[in-house]
Design a protein around this ligand. Structure first.
Ligand code: ZN
Length: 219
């Protein structure tokens, strides 16, 4: 379950159980809450490029996912409708922070990150816990036929015209296909476009939209 904590962050009950991990899906209220903190981030390009974080800080380069086993460095992404995804392997104390819009989803950034975690740390997907954060819901994510057609791999898309796409469900299915047990995946039901008090939305606010910062770190 993803819930809103008293401090205003959205959190996953599955990730809360990991005492070695700290995490939060930010809202408008927190703004750039990591200013001054040790943070690793990427210039997000809607790719499937994944970065391993060891001792680096600041911008690592172009990409959309970060994973690390280094304590105290925050791994952060910024979103306004796109989907922030968190992954954690408890036994190995490895965690990942992803930014997935429709392009990253279609390019399977989730699989790329899980593969990198397995290659580097032998962290098997069946032992990984995942959290899919607040993002645009199917209610508000209407896309043209050229985009909709690319989601047929994950679920039926009706018609050949515009369609409503459930990005979070596509990501959830990818995580499950990759081997993460269904019960180890929690999915937010918050739609960023519908809930203007808490969230920025690129679809709603266009160029004026700010960005929410979501991040995790090993303690
Ligand atoms: Zn909505």
């Amino acid at each position: 379950m993803i819930y809103k904590a008293p401090d205003g962050f959205y959190r996953s009950t599955l990730l809360d159980r990991l005492e070695w991990l700290e995490h939060g899906f930010g809202t408008r209220a927190q703004g750039d809450w990591l200013i001054g903190a040790p943070v690793a981030k990427v210039r997000q390009t809607h790719s499937a490029v994944v970065w391993r974080v060891d001792s680096q800080l600041g911008f690592l380069g172009d990409g959309d996912a970060l994973y690390s086993s280094t304590p105290r460095t925050w791994l952060a992404v910024r979103t306004a409708d796109c989907v922030p995804v968190m992954l954690a392997h408890s036994g190995h104390r490895v965690a990942a922070m992803l930014h997935a819009g429709w392009r990253g989803t279609v390019q399977e950034i989730v699989r790329a990150t899980l593969t990198a975690m397995e290659d580097d740390f032998d962290s098997r997907p069946n032992e990984i816990v995942a959290a899919i954060g607040p993002s645009i819901g199917r209610c508000c994510f209407e896309v043209g036929p050229e985009v909709a057609g690319q989601f047929r791999r994950w679920f039926p898309v009706s018609g050949n015209g515009k369609a409503l796409i459930d990005l979070r469900e596509a990501l959830r299915r990818q995580l499950e296909e990759a081997g993460i047990p269904k019960e180890s995946i929690s999915v937010s039901e918050q739609c960023t476009r519908c809930s203007g008090d808490d969230f920025y939305s690129y679809r709603r606010d266009k160029e004026a939209a700010g960005r929410m910062v979501s991040a995790l770190r090993l303690r």
